[in-house]
Design a protein around this ligand. Structure first.
Ligand code: FES
Length: 163
């Protein structure tokens, strides 16, 4: 075999190996997580910081990971909701679901709707070791809502905040 043909045969082998490995990994993931989890994991919604938010919170979870949530209000509805985290993939999934749940809701609707149970329900459950990720997302959103209330009472303080 010429060196050129051998190289392209080697590359095809490597690509085949990589594809098979990726398929095996996805198979393992599908045993543990629902398609909804995989969808939010591959395409997280609202993973972004929002400048001058009307509500903001940063919460450290029991595992030591941190989540930040940002909300913007327009006519008493949550018009924008974003999050960032240095946590695991499941945290990103849960943050993504929490922001989608909060969007276009009023303050009280969001407070009633966004909970650990609701996030878990939408995701079709999570392994026990990942439940704290849903708790972190729900808690961060609740605190961002509480911050919004606080800002409403003292709007001038918004200009002295870090976020
Ligand atoms: S492992 Fe830390 S929040 Fe998911």
């Amino acid at each position: 075999m010429s060196p050129k043909k051998k190289n392209s045969a080697d590359n095809a082998d490597i690509e085949k190996f990589a594809r098979e490995l990726q398929d095996q990994i996805m198979e393992q993931i599908r045993k543990k997580y629902s398609e909804t989890v995989i969808d939010h994991w591959q395409n997280p919604r609202n993973f972004r910081k929002i400048e001058t938010p009307d509500g903001y919170a940063s919460v450290k979870g029991s595992c030591g990971d941190t989540m930040e949530m940002f909300i913007k209000m327009n006519r008493e509805k949550i018009s924008e909701c974003g999050f960032q985290t240095d946590g695991c993939g499941t945290t990103i999934v849960c943050g993504s679901v929490a922001t989608e749940l909060a969007l276009n809701k009023s303050f009280t609707e969001a407070l009633a709707r966004v909970s650990t149970d609701e996030i878990l329900k939408i995701l079709g459950g999570l392994p026990p070791a990942d439940i704290h990720c849903a708790e972190l997302a729900a808690e961060t959103l609740r605190r961002a809502l509480a911050d919004h209330l606080y800002q409403k009472q003292s709007p001038w303080k918004k200009h002295y905040r870090k976020s």
